[in-house]
Design a protein around this ligand. Structure first.
Ligand SMILES: Nc1ncnc2c1ncn2[C@@H]1O[C@H](COP(=O)(O)OP(=O)(O)OP(=O)(O)O)[C@@H](O)[C@H]1O
Ligand SMILES: [Mg+2]
Length: 349
């Protein structure tokens, strides 16, 4: 029996993989954090929890949400290595669907996908990414999805597709897309409805990690060492006092920790706004995407004050790219869009 090949859109970012697919007419999305380490986990120690032990070639890896030995995925080579293959397969398993043959549309950072000097496709890098994802990988005591086809799209830009198509763009409209991710800031200028990409920008020194690092340091100073994932959760839920109290041991330090976080958020916003203005002084529209979008929204609105509501933060900005790519490549239209599911980051170690 030949099984139907299912389509998945996957934005495999350096800190989180966002996967979207259409199931019974509903567009579904999961956000799966990248947190893998070498060697396997022993199932015996974990009550009722699923263990994901993988093998690629002769190397063993495991998914470990809270390990401080987690392998780094925040470098460009990640796009073409074992960890990327792992992260994509792991995200597919989080869909809750039975493993089956799948056809993927994945993403490459904009500055890898295009040659920075002429904005033309870099076919060698696109092919390298495709081939990496078609490699063999095994899951111990389990079955994996079979990746039978891979297509590659540029990161960030397609995230604004639906907005562009419904915004009455003329062929001269210039739309600036700003993607503030875990470790990088990517920007691009789209002309018209997607007639042309006129400029691209990538900076791997500006990202939410600036805030995460500051939060971790402030926590450590208050006798509350935390993983990267917990620090990120604290940034998101900094206004939720009961959550804050649950992660800070020395409660007298809470105001100071929150102040450090606010200062860093402001710094991140200012840096993104400065780079954006330098890159695109007078765009007609601005779209904010990526997990860091809520943190920089205020600063960008100030920087492009004259645009007013033409500065748009796309809904659920972290997974906007995978959703848009999925809708764009879908064989049938989706009748509804489900809220993205963020995978648990609870302390399981
Ligand atoms: N609502 C939110 N408020 C604040 N931060 C958030 C929110 N949602 C996600 N983030 C943070 O955004 C970051 C991840 O964003 P995203 O998934 O866009 O990054 P990525 O695609 O993996 O990274 P990159 O694009 O740099 O390769 C994490 O640090 C996460 O904690
Ligand atoms: Mg990203």
């Amino acid at each position: 029996m030949t099984q139907e090949i299912m389509k998945f859109a996957i934005d495999d970012g350096s800190t989180n993989v966002k996967a979207s697919w259409i199931e019974n007419g509903i567009l579904k999305t999961v956000v799966s954090p990248n947190s893998f380490r070498k060697d396997w986990k022993s199932a015996a120690l974990l009550r009722g929890q699923k263990v994901f032990n993988y093998t690629i070639g002769t190397t063993k890896y495991t998914y470990d949400a809270t390990s401080d030995k987690a392998l780094s995925t925040t470098h460009i080579e990640y796009q073409y290595d074992d960890l990327n293959l792992l992260a994509v397969h792991h995200a597919l398993l989080q869909s809750g669907l039975e493993p089956r043959p799948v056809s993927l549309v994945v993403t490459l950072p904009i500055t890898e996908f295009y040659n920075p000097d002429d904005c033309q496709r870099n076919e060698a890098k696109i092919e390298a990414k495709r081939r990496n994802l078609m490699r063999d990988i095994e899951l111990n005591k389990g079955e994996l999805f079979q990746i039978v086809e891979v297509e590659v799209m540029p990161e960030s830009l397609p995230a604004a597709l639906s907005h562009l198509l419904s915004a009455n763009c003329s062929e001269f409209t210039k739309s600036l897309v700003i993607d503030c991710g875990g470790t990088t800031l990517d920007m691009g200028v789209i002309v018209g409805e997607f007639d042309d990409v006129s400029a691209i920008y990538g900076n791997n020194e500006i990202g939410v990690a600036m805030v995460t690092d500051a939060a971790r340091k402030a926590l450590a100073a208050a006798d509350s060492d935390s993983s990267y994932l917990v620090a990120n959760e604290l940034i998101k839920r900094r206004h939720d006092m009961s959550f804050v109290q649950s992660v800070v041991n020395d409660e007298s330090r809470i105001p100071e920790i929150l102040q450090r976080i606010e200062t860093k958020i402001r710094e991140l916003g200012d840096q993104v706004a400065y780079e954006a203005k330098k890159f695109a002084k007078h765009p007609n529209r601005v779209y904010l995407v990526g997990g860091g979008a809520p943190l920089i929204e205020g600063a960008i609105r100030e920087a492009y004050a004259t645009l007013g509501d033409r500065v748009v933060m796309v809904e659920n900005p972290q997974s906007a790219l995978s959703r848009e790519i999925c809708l764009y490549h879908a064989q049938q239209p989706a009748s509804a869009i489900a809220e993205p599911v963020l995978l648990e980051v609870g302390e399981d170690a």
